[in-house]
Design a binder for this molecule. Structure first.
Ligand SMILES: [Zn+2]
Length: 322
């Protein structure tokens, strides 16, 4: 299917100023080959005045958002479309305060939940694994305590970094993961999850990578300070977490921020905001619902007018600040 997305703000506003316009778009992304009834798999339906699809075979009415990330949203699709447009237009990511302002949402908490929900759509289900030459390293994020340097620092979150080395073409795609520790029993499954089995993995000589060759990967070992691609990604990630979120990210949410960073980084050369928007909406149609109670809202009330203004509130556990 040709990628169909708005090129400009004006185009966005023209297409998505009505619920029907939004439903049209979702229909195209969810059922690119045409409507399929989730109850009887028939391919024929008519649209009701409320935008539901009434199956011609079994008569069951289906919402285009049923069973997707946007399952049972309470606000109009128009507003969710605006949220997705806003998020994809922020080069460095959107924070909850910005989203609250732009959409005129009633509360910071709501904006925070919307952002977290939409982050779930930043990973494409069944996405490809990296291939070719892949550089892998880990880095610690967060923690105000000066823990032991290197592997094993306390009070910090460990992030696995994998980067495709495309030679003269530079950096390819990346994958990030929140690792329990830097042992082989964490690192080997991480690499297996993100790289094709015929890839060559480049790491330093850390013992946690010693099982890679036995797992069928090619394995190249170089000095730690020569892992330049992974170190670059680590630096960009930390700067991004600090710049966009002022470093306030709960460890239990870290994986979603990693997903957002990966989503943006892997599409960094995509000149068009519309294309990013298209991917986000498309993936929102592919992932499971994320009801509010699974999102665990901010534990601290947001205090307007304090110096916390730009923070995603956290538990008060500052050891885990990133
Ligand atoms: Zn049916």
């Amino acid at each position: 299917m040709e990628e169909n997305y708005p090129r400009t703000l004006l185009e966005f506003e023209e297409r998505f100023s009505t619920e029907a316009g939004c439903v049209d778009y979702l229909q195209e992304l969810r059922w690119p080959e045409g409507f399929i009834c989730p109850h009887c798999a028939a391919g024929d339906a008519w649209r009701t005045a409320r935008g539901l699809f009434n199956c011609s075979q079994c008569g069951v009415q289906t919402s285009v958002t049923a069973g997707t990330l946007l399952h049972r949203i309470r606000k109009p699709l128009r507003l969710w479309f605006r949220a997705m447009w806003h998020i994809t237009g922020q080069k460095y990511g959107a924070n909850a305060l910005g989203l609250k302002r732009v959409l005129n949402l009633g509360s910071y908490h709501t904006a925070w939940q919307w952002l977290h929900k939409l982050r779930r759509a930043m990973v494409r289900p069944g996405r490809d694994r990296l291939s070719g030459l892949v550089e892998v390293d880990e880095t610690y994020v967060g923690g105000k305590k000066t823990g032991k340097p290197g592997r094993g620092a306390a009070g910090k979150a460990l992030v696995g970094i994998a980067v495709e080395d495309k030679g003269e073409e530079g950096i390819g795609r990346i994958r990030l993961g929140h690792l329990e520790d830097a042992s082989g029993s964490s690192l080997t499954p991480f690499v297996q999850g993100i790289a094709q089995s015929d890839s060559t993995i480049r790491t330093d000589d850390w013992a946690g990578y010693s099982a890679l060759a036995d797992s069928g990967f090619g394995h190249v070992v170089i000095p730690s300070n020569e892992l330049k691609l992974a170190h670059l990604i680590a630096a960009l990630l930390k700067r991004w977490l600090l710049g966009t979120y002022q470093g306030a990210v709960r460890p239990s949410h870290l994986v979603y921020y990693l997903d957002e960073f990966t989503f943006r980084f892997n599409r960094r050369t995509s000149a068009s905001r519309g294309k990013l928007f298209y991917r986000l909406v498309q993936q929102a149609m592919m992932v499971d619902p994320a009801p509010g109670y699974t999102l665990k809202g901010p534990a601290m009330p947001f205090l307007e007018g304090t110096e916390n203004l730009n923070l995603d509130p956290i538990d008060g556990d500052y050891d885990h600040n990133i």
